[in-house]
Design a protein around this ligand. Structure first.
Ligand SMILES: Nc1ncnc2c1ncn2[C@@H]1O[C@H](COP(=O)(O)OP(=O)(O)O)[C@@H](O)[C@H]1O
Ligand code: SF4
Ligand SMILES: [Mg+2]
Length: 326
């Protein structure tokens, strides 16, 4: 499969004031040297605990964060060096949906106006074309035409997320970042929205970066899964492979906490402590403060990617000797 997006050595740090009386700046290292590819037509799931850097990555690849270091190539072009008009053209092709369908829709606008806005911003003025595009996306998103006259507050969370999805897709983009799109919804509604995204992906030839803190959700939608811990991708592989044969102790712990797959694994793995602060992350393997399999080397040397197959990688010292032979 062809690459749509190539992320190379991407780092993001947010400056934060360290104290009330101090002028010195500290940094939150939200992304630390991330390398990742997204292939045309795939759904890549990005999973990890809250605060590990998922949204920062999602926003960076749409250049909604201005300070990343590194390269983000979209169809071979670095989006971090695009000028205004190139960026506008890119924004037509790449869109985002957010976790909270309550705050992401302007309460003063009708649904018709909400869906019309991106078309107008991108220079589509012909009334008939606007109407046709809106009707098409409304129908594809499983909504009725009569929603167009109404306002966001008249809808439930699930319906609002459908509207937010319709708004993101009305320009017929190629690439969608879905940042925790079902996390704020009831479990019964989550499945409907996931089904809708899968359906839209097929019909509109989308490529999706699907972000969630919940591996159970990511499992159902992703072709491949990237597991993130404190700003690093610690394991990457095809979805089935990650679940059948997880290699990184952090991935094992996440999987053991997914209720539907617990039976396939021996026990729930309880991780000690919270996610350490990204202001002052542990050195070497950042997971060493919580890892049930920690060794001496883990506190001293940062693990490199061990390759288990052409598509399966993990950063862990457990495989320093065996990678390539397992
Ligand atoms: N605008 C910001 N300014 C300062 N710190 C931020 C900002 N956005 C996110 N962070 C911090 O960066 C880290 C990663 O955040 P985020 O990317 O939102 O993680 P996730 O989406 O995985 O929960 C967190 O420690 C968060 O507090
Ligand atoms: S490198 Fe060491 S601490 Fe890090 S995940 Fe592997 S075994 Fe655990
Ligand atoms: Mg987030």
């Amino acid at each position: 499969m062809q690459k749509l997006l190539e992320i190379k050595n991407l780092s993001v740090k947010y400056p934060v004031c360290s104290g009330f009386l101090s002028n010195s700046k500290e940094f939150i290292h939200a992304l630390d040297n991330v390398n990742l590819e997204i292939k045309k037509g795939e759904i890549l799931g990005l999973v990890g605990e809250s605060g590990c850097g998922k949204s920062t990555l999602g926003k960076s690849v749409l250049r909604l964060i201005e300070q990343p270091e590194g390269e983000i190539l979209y169809n071979g072009e670095n989006i971090l060096s695009m000028n205004r008009s190139e960026l506008k053209n890119f924004r037509k092709k790449a869109q985002m949906i957010f976790q909270n369908p309550y705050s992401s829709l302007d309460p003063r606008m009708t649904i018709y106006d909400i869906l019309r806005e991106p078309l107008v911003v991108h220079g589509i003025r012909d009334k008939n074309e606007i109407k046709e595009r809106i009707l098409r996306i409304i129908q594809l998103s499983g909504l009725d035409e009569e929603v167009l006259r109404r306002y966001p507050h008249e809808f439930s969370g699930g319906q609002r997320q459908r509207i937010a999805i319709a708004r993101a897709l009305v320009l017929e983009p190629e690439f969608l970042v879905a940042d925790e799109p079902v996390s704020a919804l009831d479990v019964s509604i989550q499945a409907q929205i996931i089904k809708l995204l899968l359906d839209l992906k097929e019909k509109l030839n989308l490529t999706i970066l699907f972000v969630s803190h919940d591996l159970g959700v990511v499992k159902y939608i992703s072709d491949r899964i990237a597991v993130m811990y404190l700003g690093n991708i610690v394991e990457l592989g095809e979805s089935d492979e990650i679940f059948k044969n997880p290699r990184h102790p952090y991935t094992e712990a996440l999987i053991s906490a997914v209720p539907s797959v617990v039976k396939q694994h021996d026990d729930f793995i309880r991780l000690e402590g919270d996610l350490p602060s990204p202001k002052n992350p542990p050195c070497a393997c950042k997971f060493h403060t919580r890892c049930p399999k920690v060794m001496e080397i883990c506190r001293k040397i940062t693990p490199e990617n061990a390759e288990f197959s052409k598509t399966h990688f993990a950063k862990c010292h457990l495989y320093d000797m065996t990678a390539g032979r397992v």
